[in-house]
Design a protein around this ligand. Structure first.
Ligand SMILES: C[S@@+](CC[C@H](N)C(=O)[O-])C[C@H]1O[C@@H](n2cnc3c(N)ncnc32)[C@H](O)[C@@H]1O
Length: 209
């Protein structure tokens, strides 16, 4: 049921479909995966305005089996109630569990060698997942100790992708800083060492660089 029962039937229906969207998104699903929907109207004459909102919302290519009946609802101000059942896609769920495992394993390995926080690395990982079917390689400008490039390389191997990683760095640290933007850093801050980066690369094993 809608939370705001002062709304008319269209307003209540809109609130309900928005809530269905929110709940489906929360578990990685969406309205394209709805199998069935049950709709209760306290007055079946409200079917047309309810349908207006429903039809605008539902995915025409993936219409769920739908039943719409007149029934009494617990709150006398409720005009419409709905229940929907999404498809449980076990394959998608296991692919996403595999990806989570790849992320966690490889982030743990490279964490000492990157300045980035876990959420930033996860965001870059998610971009790699998005483009995994596209041709093209990865390049990092300003690799520092190489943690992020090594992370991408390890994930590329684990995901079986035909991509390579290139990493660039001056090994000089920051150039003359702009006081307004870079304070309190000084020239040379975050300088890394090529020998150290090569040592870490050897330690991490077979990676596509
Ligand atoms: C903030 S750190 C990069 C952090 C890194 N991405 C990580 O995951 O930890 C910036 C790096 O950029 C490098 N750098 C700065 N100016 C550069 C330039 N003009 N060309 C190449 N590397 C540069 C620095 O030596 C430093 O290692």
């Amino acid at each position: 049921m809608a939370k705001d029962l002062d709304k008319d039937v269209k307003g209540q229906t809109k609130e309900i479909v928005d809530e269905i969207d929110r709940l489906l998104a929360k578990c990685g699903s969406g309205k394209t995966k709805l199998l069935s929907a049950l709709i209760w109207l306290t007055d079946i004459r409200n079917r047309a305005p309810m349908n207006e909102v429903w039809t605008a919302w539902v995915d025409p290519k993936n219409m769920p089996a739908r039943a719409c009946v007149e029934a009494k609802l617990a709150d006398p101000n409720a005009l419409v109630g709905s229940w929907s059942s999404p498809r449980s896609d076990t394959r998608e769920r296991s692919v996403s569990a595999d990806l989570d495992a790849i992320f966690e394993r490889n982030y743990a390995r490279v964490e000492p060698y990157t300045l980035l926080m876990m959420a930033q690395v996860r965001s870059i990982f998610d971009r790699l997942v998005e483009v995994r079917e596209l041709p093209g390689d990865c390049i990092e400008f300003g690799a520092f100790r190489g943690g992020l490039s090594f992370f991408l390389g390890l994930c590329i191997v684990d995901m079986g992708l035909a991509k390579r990683v290139a990493m660039l760095d001056s090994f000089q640290g920051l150039p003359p800083p702009d006081e307004a933007l870079d304070a309190p850093f000084e020239q040379g801050t975050m300088a890394s060492d090529l020998q150290e980066v090569l040592r870490v690369r050897a330690e991490l094993g077979s990676t596509p660089w």
